[in-house]
Design a protein around this ligand. Structure first.
Ligand SMILES: Nc1ncnc2c1ncn2[C@@H]1O[C@H](COP(=O)(O)OP(=O)(O)O)[C@@H](O)[C@H]1O
Ligand SMILES: [Mg+2]
Length: 317
């Protein structure tokens, strides 16, 4: 897999507080990668390290093959960054705003006019070119801000909460724009604190919490993980374990029933299951109804996984 953004054990501490903890990101080239987590999870801090605005405390990060600490200029040339705050631009017209940023990227004056028209067209703001920036709606400001990140035609867009604070219609517009940019060949790495908001358009997601990656992968992998639970049934011996297996195998939503090695003189059966809580209860009842002596029945979920299940509830139907 060809990664355009990669971090290895990335850490950022502020004094004693760890904002980003040993984070390893893998963003494939050409992906729309949703970086999802609640407020305070460390998303902005991670993006600021990737964009060379903040130095990592430890660990490494590469963007488009360049190290953020060793080759910050090359990194900056390959990215378009949209911060979470738009900033204040008094007395600037929409086209002047883009002209200003294009000039910052050393784009010659005679090329800028055409570029600005193209960018305005792309983000559907042509009809607003003479308006004052501060008078635009939040949705329009976000689109303008996105246009600005494209001025130097970067390979990677790093967008901090592009859809936050927008009304539903403006959110849809931003999402469509991101899909369009991906179609143009850009890799899009963007953050959101709402998983449901990004699930629809992402090819990949990473879920971060308290500075740590809970899980990341392609959308298909995530959906499969989120709908997968493990039920562990402890019984007296292998004979009973086999009874459990033949009884439960073939039950709706049961993926597999595996008899595990004995532990402490007891036999254990692992049931891989993709159903809901009612389904778990139904399995329990079925064992009971068959007169099987169940010594233990529990769902094996680690804390992070449990949190992940809650987060992904909305995207798995
Ligand atoms: N400059 C800073 N100094 C101290 N703490 C900070 C600083 N920047 C961010 N933090 C803390 O780091 C944590 C992660 O923040 P942030 O990266 O902004 O999260 P997110 O973008 O996911 O909401 C938060 O608890 C925040 O208060
Ligand atoms: Mg943030």
């Amino acid at each position: 897999m060809n990664l355009i953004i990669e971090t290895r054990d990335l850490v950022k501490r502020y004094g004693k507080f760890t904002a980003v903890n040993s984070l390893s990101l893998e963003v494939p080239t050409g992906s729309i990668y949703g970086f999802v987590g609640p407020n305070g999870a460390g998303k902005t801090t991670t993006m600021r390290m990737l964009t060379t605005l903040t130095r990592p405390t430890s660990g490494q990060a590469w963007v488009a093959g360049h190290s953020v600490t060793e080759e910050p200029r090359a990194v900056r040339r390959s990215i378009g960054y949209m911060p979470d705050e738009f900033g204040v631009y008094d007395d600037m017209r929409v086209w002047e705003y883009l002209d200003f940023f294009a000039a910052c990227y050393d784009i010659p004056e005679n090329e800028r006019k055409r570029l600005i028209e193209d960018l305005l067209e792309l983000v559907d703001l042509t009809h607003r070119r003479e308006d004052m920036v501060d008078k635009l709606s939040r949705g329009m400001k976000q689109r303008l801000s996105l246009a600005r990140t494209l001025a130097h035609d970067p390979m990677v867009l790093i967008l901090d909460e592009p859809a936050s604070g927008l009304d539903p219609r403006a959110r849809v517009e931003i999402r469509e724009l991101l899909v369009e940019l991906a179609r143009m060949g850009k890799t899009i790495f963007f953050s959101s604190h709402i998983l449901a908001d990004v699930a629809e358009i992402c090819t990949h997601i990473g879920i971060v919490e308290a500075g740590e990656m809970v899980v990341q992968g392609s959308m298909e992998e995530i959906v499969q993980l989120a709908s997968h639970r493990e039920i562990m049934v402890t019984v007296r011996d292998n004979e009973v374990a086999e009874q459990v297996q033949s009884l439960i195998a073939g039950t709706p939503d049961v993926i597999e029933v595996v008899i595990l090695e004995q532990r402490g003189g007891r036999s254990r059966v692992r049931i891989d299951f993709s159903g809901d809580d009612d389904g778990v209860a139904a399995i329990n009842q079925k064992l009971h109804a068959a007169g099987i002596q169940v010594l233990g029945f529990n769902e094996e979920i680690k804390d992070l996984e449990r949190r992940f299940m809650e987060l992904t509830k909305g995207i798995v139907t």
